[in-house]
Design a protein around this ligand. Structure first.
Ligand code: SIN
Length: 361
């Protein structure tokens, strides 16, 4: 439920979704064995004393949309969150800026999804923490405070769109990934430069860098409709089902047929190197493509670019097989973009390829 003491539109809206930033461990010295998503957003704010100085009296609003450890995130949660955000952004009461607290484990995926489906009219910054709220060394209060000041500074600079604020930097939603499972500087960009950072206490945005990518590309797509289109065994999914096929030594190409049997309308290969795969995997994916399933070649490597037609034999290339190359996007981000392309009834691989190419440094 929204909570606001605002008589005029909120200057800042903070939305809670759970995660370690809302986590409670058995003791203050412990950073493990905690319950993520235990604290409501109002209680998290109590640990950020400087916040009242950032936001004019009575112009801070909060809303707890759900409270989960983010490994439990699903398409249904995304649609619920996007629905609330679209409602806030389209009404007369649109806040100047929005901050979302989120678990770090799937934060990069939620950020990219929201960047595609929300209008880029206001700054929306996701943040989280690597240590629970109860820890002596908690990083959540600092990250939340930074996200709020970055968000308000973005609005002042006329910058809108979805970004991730973590460890004193703001990162692009299409490029951000969790680079470390334990450290507090847990996030980096797969490509391009951070779009904002702190110079001593001053948030410095680079508007040109913040303008890149596919922000708002599917802002008018009817998300309720996509929820209704899930079928059969994929009933628990709320967006068109797209699976990731991991390539590794001795990877079983039968996985392609299995994912198809589960209703996948698109497949993303997390390939070796520049999205490479052995011949049996290529044959299985080519067969899926011939049956109408869209196929994206991405890479399992944390950084780098997957270009088109990198195979020696033209008959193995993307042109011949009608595959899409993921470009700078990793497999997880490629999966989300392909889901939304399918939801928007895009079936032409070349048109989808053009969208992938817009995510670049
Ligand atoms: C989660 O993603 O909810 C747990 C891990 C974290 O937030 O760091």
């Amino acid at each position: 439920m929204p909570s606001s003491s605002a008589s005029s539109p909120p200057s800042l809206l903070i939305i809670g979704t759970g995660g370690t930033i809302a986590g409670v461990a058995p003791s203050a010295g412990s950073t493990a064995g905690y319950q993520a998503g235990a604290l409501p957003i109002g209680q998290i704010l109590d640990s950020v004393p400087g916040l009242s100085a950032l936001v004019p009296e009575g112009r801070l609003a909060t809303e707890q949309v759900f409270s989960i450890p983010s490994e439990q995130m699903s398409g249904a949660h995304w649609l619920q969150l996007a629905g609330r955000l679209r409602a806030w952004l389209s009404g007369d009461e649109a806040p100047d800026a929005i901050v979302i607290t989120h678990g770090t484990d799937t934060l990069e995926e939620t950020a990219f999804f929201l960047s595609l489906v929300l209008p880029a009219t206001r700054p929306v910054l996701l943040t989280g923490a690597m240590r629970p709220a109860s820890a002596l060394s908690a990083d959540g209060p600092g990250n939340l405070y930074d996200a709020c000041r970055f968000a308000l500074a973005a609005r002042q600079a006329g910058i809108g769109g979805v970004f991730v604020s973590f460890g004193g930097r703001v990162l692009r939603a299409d490029a951000v990934y969790k680079q470390h499972a334990n450290r507090t500087d847990a996030f980096a960009q797969r490509f391009g430069q951070p779009v904002a950072w702190l110079e001593v206490d001053r948030p410095c945005w680079q508007p040109a860098l913040a303008a890149g990518g596919l922000q708002g590309q599917f802002a008018t797509l009817a998300l309720a409709h996509t929820a209704a289109s899930a079928e059969g065994d994929a009933a628990s999914m709320t967006l068109p089902p797209v699976g990731i096929v991991p390539q590794h030594v001795d990877a079983d190409p039968a996985m392609v047929a299995w994912l198809r049997s589960r209703g996948c309308q698109g497949l993303v290969l997390a390939g070796t190197g520049v999205g490479t795969m052995p011949a049996p995997m290529r044959a299985a994916l080519a067969q899926a493509r011939q049956a109408g399933c869209l196929v994206v070649r991405a890479s399992r490597v944390p950084e780098g670019y997957v270009g088109r037609n990198t195979e020696a034999r033209p008959e193995d290339g993307d042109d011949a097989l009608d595959f899409i190359a993921s470009g700078w996007l990793d497999a997880r981000k490629a999966r989300i973009l392909l889901q939304l392309c399918l939801a928007a009834k895009m079936g032409n691989a070349r048109e989808i390829q053009a969208l992938f190419e817009r995510c670049s440094p």
